[in-house]
Design a protein around this ligand. Structure first.
Ligand code: PHE
Length: 452
């Protein structure tokens, strides 16, 4: 089968960065930082991104490009059919993550409409907004349909074009809003919380959340980048492309923190507001520009955020779709529609778990903190904080010990691509020793501690 390819390396970088940059950076990163002690969480997260995630990203993309297959088929093509389980875990993760991610995307669409109407009070009534099951289901349906449409059109036509000009636009709006936020009274307390580490706040649950955030935000550990890598031409430099994707993703997350925390502190909100944080802090900030400008800015912001989320949901739906297309010979359109329908059905409990149904809203007691978590939060913790690092662990072990260092090196330097020997040694040491050891420790300890 001839696989469509990205038309250029830059097309791949935008698609991979488009996958990485999304609600994980702008919605999840600020609330996880707020709930986990501020600057110290940011430091641990940065350490994980560069020490663990960057090498795993290189390995994932290399496996995808070498095999030109989906996350499950890739392992069989390499001759290790038992490792298919890692790919299946990835498909499962993609289904689970998309099922709740789509709900947050639905909130974003809802906010887009509210900002268009100039309803800036929405942030004060956030729980009423999220518990309106019919409205949120409608928005979620719209978002899933959009994602399915883009995926069914094929990878290069769909993902590349959107990411190229919308991501820079989002960055420009974020910089403008941050500068405004920093000028507000009380903003400096937000900057201190965000940038001055308080090491006494470190505990296991902070480390666990930072690891999950790093994997989630970089779209790692579930075969997304393996799948995207399978469309990458041989001449592209995987090592430098991955570095650019990591830097872009981390940069945008850091910027989101600088946008949100000054607003949170200047409005006297609590940084520990959880999933509601950006949805509560942003509307009043837009309002202060006056009704017309505020409405234009607010709707523009949520429109761009919806696009950023779309480039991520597209890459998530691509994982089960390309599995169905490659392994069951379905057409791309049929594969995408089947996967999306299934995911939409699975997303219903998440949809109802933000106020609509009490049992789902207070779904489990978290072992360590004795707080309750909603169904959606529990699904998020299971998928992003536990399963993604487990997937990353398997990919590191597979690439370093099973597929072997020599093959990885050959793939990274295929078509005479130059990679500095120092960087290759760094990747090798990280994948062989640092990733397996650190990931195993964190996953085992946190599971044993009852986080999950
Ligand atoms: N990285 C995406 C974000 O930050 C979410 C995602 C996770 C996408 C896993 C694909 C795979 O929004």
């Amino acid at each position: 089968m001839i696989r469509p390819a990205f038309s250029s390396r830059i097309g791949f970088i935008f698609a991979a960065a488009g996958s990485a940059v999304g609600l994980g950076n702008i919605w999840k990163f600020p609330f996880e930082t707020g709930a986990n002690g501020g600057a110290v969480f940011v430091l641990i997260y940065l350490g994980f991104c560069f020490l663990l995630c960057y090498p795993v990203m290189v390995a994932e993309i290399a496996i995808g490009r070498h095999t030109r297959r989906n996350a499950v088929g890739a392992f069989s093509v390499l001759g290790f059919p038992r490792w298919k389980l890692v790919g299946l875990l990835g498909v499962l993760c993609a289904v689970l993550i998309l099922s709740f991610y789509n709900v947050i995307a639905a909130w974003v669409i809802g906010y887009l409409f509210e900002m268009l109407r100039g309803n800036f009070a929405i942030g004060d009534n956030f729980s009423n907004f999220t518990s309106d099951a019919i409205k949120i289901t409608l928005y979620a349906g719209i978002f899933m349909a959009l994602t399915t449409y883009v995926v069914s059109k094929g990878v290069s036509a769909g993902i590349e074009s959107a990411a190229k000009f919308l991501m820079p636009a989002l960055v420009v709006v974020m910089i403008g809003m941050s500068l405004y936020g920093l000028s507000l009274p009380g903003a400096s307390n937000g900057v201190v919380f965000y940038l001055m580490p308080d090491f006494s706040a470190v505990n296991l649950s902070v480390v666990y959340a930072a690891l999950g955030q790093a994997f989630f935000s970089l779209s790692l550990g579930m075969g997304t980048l393996m799948t995207l890598g399978s469309y990458l031409p041989r001449q592209a430099n995987i090592v430098s492309s991955s570095a650019m994707v990591t830097l872009a993703d981390v940069g945008i997350a850091l910027m989101a923190g600088l946008l949100i925390f000054p607003l949170v502190f200047s409005q006297g909100l609590s940084p520990t507001g959880g999933e509601a944080l950006i949805f509560e802090a942003l509307p009043r900030a837009f309002e202060s520009f006056g009704p017309v400008t505020g409405s234009v800015l607010g709707s523009g912001f949520f429109l761009l955020l919806a696009f950023a989320a779309l480039t991520s949901t597209v890459s998530m739906l691509e994982v089960p779709t390309s599995y169905l297309v490659d392994e069951f010979s379905l057409s791309r359109k049929t594969g995408a529609v089947i996967a999306a329908t299934l995911i939409f059905i699975i997303s219903i409990p998440s949809l109802l778990s933000a106020g609509a149904v009490e049992e789902l809203t207070h779904f489990v007691e978290l072992g360590a903190s004795q707080q309750s978590a909603s169904f959606m939060r529990a699904a998020g913790m299971l998928a992003s904080d536990t399963l993604l690092p487990v997937g990353g662990f398997c990919i590191a072990v597979f690439s370093a010990y099973v597929w072997c260092r020599q093959n990885l090196k050959e793939e990274l330097t295929a078509a005479n691509v130059e990679v500095s020997p120092l960087l290759l040694s760094y990747l090798n040491v990280s994948l062989r020793y640092v990733c397996p050891l650190l990931l195993a420790i964190v996953v085992v300890v946190t599971v044993a501690e009852g986080f999950f």
